[in-house]
Design a protein around this ligand. Structure first.
Ligand SMILES: C[S@@+](CC[C@H](N)C(=O)[O-])C[C@H]1O[C@@H](n2cnc3c(N)ncnc32)[C@H](O)[C@@H]1O
Length: 218
């Protein structure tokens, strides 16, 4: 049997250490079913400051409408759908089953599910799940000759496969958020946010050979 390090009070010292020095990849929270994490308003507002979206906008993973409401406040019409009915938009619409943008929409904006959370919130390979999502979103956008804005983890976009995929579309602008997103508010026990995020914005009107521009925003 492996020895367990104990502290002065004979308790498992590794437990104390783990809570003091939390590894960067562990949030301290179980993943929520279907990766439901409503986006704070300032994140969508940062996107609106730096890109021009065309109305109506499709929000294909709308959740409880956190992002869609900010877009609407900015004067955009929003077609909101989600796999799950959360009392906003149309539920029961699986993004991966969609073969085209909704009628009249040429712009898609969302904060995609980061991992295949599934119905019980089981975390699988988040990086692969994101690649699958971005690949499908880009295909639909190019087919619609439209625009696409996706909120992604900064760390994710630097991966070899992710960067190749991102560059395969008409990437026009990257909006790097200098403030970290706090997804939960648990009062005093709220963990410090670990990840930086960025908005990736593709626009089919962006010249194929032109490099994307990068801006920092908070
Ligand atoms: C990270 S939350 C974002 C919610 C919302 N976009 C926001 O920013 O506040 C991801 C959402 O994606 C939805 N979702 C997960 N898988 C989906 C799928 N295959 N098709 C459509 N929506 C999906 C979840 O139900 C959840 O509401």
């Amino acid at each position: 049997m492996a020895a367990v390090a104990t502290g002065p009070d004979n308790k498992d010292a590794s437990v104390g250490l783990a809570s003091e020095f939390r590894p960067i990849h562990i949030s301290g929270y179980d993943r929520l079913p279907h990766d439901f994490y409503p986006t704070p308003d300032w994140v969508t507002e940062a996107l609106l400051k730096h890109v021009t979206l065309s109305s109506p906008v499709w929000e294909p993973c709308c959740g409880d409408g956190a992002m869609a409401r900010v877009l609407e406040r900015a004067g955009l019409k929003v077609v909101a759908t989600d796999l799950v009915d959360r009392g906003f938009g149309r539920g029961g619409v699986d993004f991966f089953e969609c073969t085209a943008f909704p009628a009249d929409c040429r712009t898609m904006v969302t904060n995609p599910p980061y991992g295949d959370g599934g119905e019980i919130g089981r975390s699988t390979n988040a990086s692969l799940a994101m690649q699958k999502f971005v690949n499908h979103a880009l295909n639909l956008t190019v087919r619609a000759n439209g625009k696409l804005a996706l909120l992604v983890r900064f760390q994710w976009m630097a991966g070899k496969k992710a960067s190749t995929l991102i560059s395969s579309g008409p990437l026009s602008r990257v909006v790097v958020l200098t403030k970290r997103i706090q997804w939960f508010d648990n009062g005093e026990s709220t963990n410090v946010a670990q990840h930086h995020h960025a908005w990736l914005f593709w626009d089919c009107r962006h010249g194929r050979l032109l490099p994307p521009s990068l801006v920092f925003s908070d």
